[in-house]
Write a protein that binds this ligand. Structure first.
Ligand code: SF4
Length: 203
């Protein structure tokens, strides 16, 4: 499940010192993804980092870090496997932040109910009409994405971020304003990073 990590981030978890893990595989095919290799091109060619290694590392950071960011790829495709990992991190006293593309609202609800999730950052890819082409798919059922937006606002009213990448020729500022009106929330703009081969950090 876990393909890489960063031992320290000052920016990924708003207001907190954290480490970050990168999960492999994704159900989207964003042509502009800057983690393409672990997301959908060749995730299996990167060895899994045992969760036990991450747990041991986090143990060594008790009192030094506040939390762990889980990003990808799309972490939620790992389902119960991910939820168990999140619980293990929470049981050590850390905060848990999840980055998601919003395709698995049920997992977000489950994590909320199990009290193993503290902060959610969801990528809004584009206006709904342009979602399939923006995520590299021919068609896409937007129902789970719309549901995730509502769930995140409801269960994490103060602890969420909607964000969007300003992809050249695909996402425009007027799209962002339109989506802010539709979801009735603010959207943070992320700088576009040119796709490159993924650098996966080792321990
Ligand atoms: S959803 Fe995120 S990880 Fe998945 S392909 Fe798109 S940009 Fe990459």
């Amino acid at each position: 499940m876990i393909k890489g990590y960063e031992k320290l981030t000052l920016v990924d978890f708003p207001g907190h010192l954290a480490a970050t893990v990168f999960t492999g595989n994704c159900n989207f095919r964003c042509p502009w993804c800057h983690n393409k290799d672990i997301s959908y091109i060749k995730p299996d060619s990167f060895p899994d980092i045992p969760e036990s290694d991450i747990i041991e590392f986090m143990k060594s950071r008790i009192g030094k870090l506040h939390g762990l960011c889980i990003t990808g790829g799309e972490p939620t495709i790992w389902g119960e496997h991910l939820l168990i990992f999140m619980k293990n991190i929470k049981d050590m006293g850390f905060l848990v932040k999840l980055d998601t593309n919003g395709t698995n609202p049920d997992l977000i609800v489950t994590a909320y109910k199990r009290n193993i999730l503290d902060y959610v950052a969801m990528d809004i890819k584009n206006i709904f009409e342009k979602y399939p082409e923006t995520v590299g798919l021919k068609s896409l059922d937007l129902t789970p994405i719309k549901k995730s937006i509502e769930i995140i606002k409801k269960y994490f009213p103060e602890n969420h971020q909607f964000r969007i990448t300003l992809v050249p020729d695909l996402v425009f500022e007027e799209d962002i304003h339109k989506m802010e009106e539709i979801i009735n929330d603010s959207i943070t703009i992320q700088p576009y990073k040119k796709p490159q081969n993924t650098e996966v950090n080792g321990w």
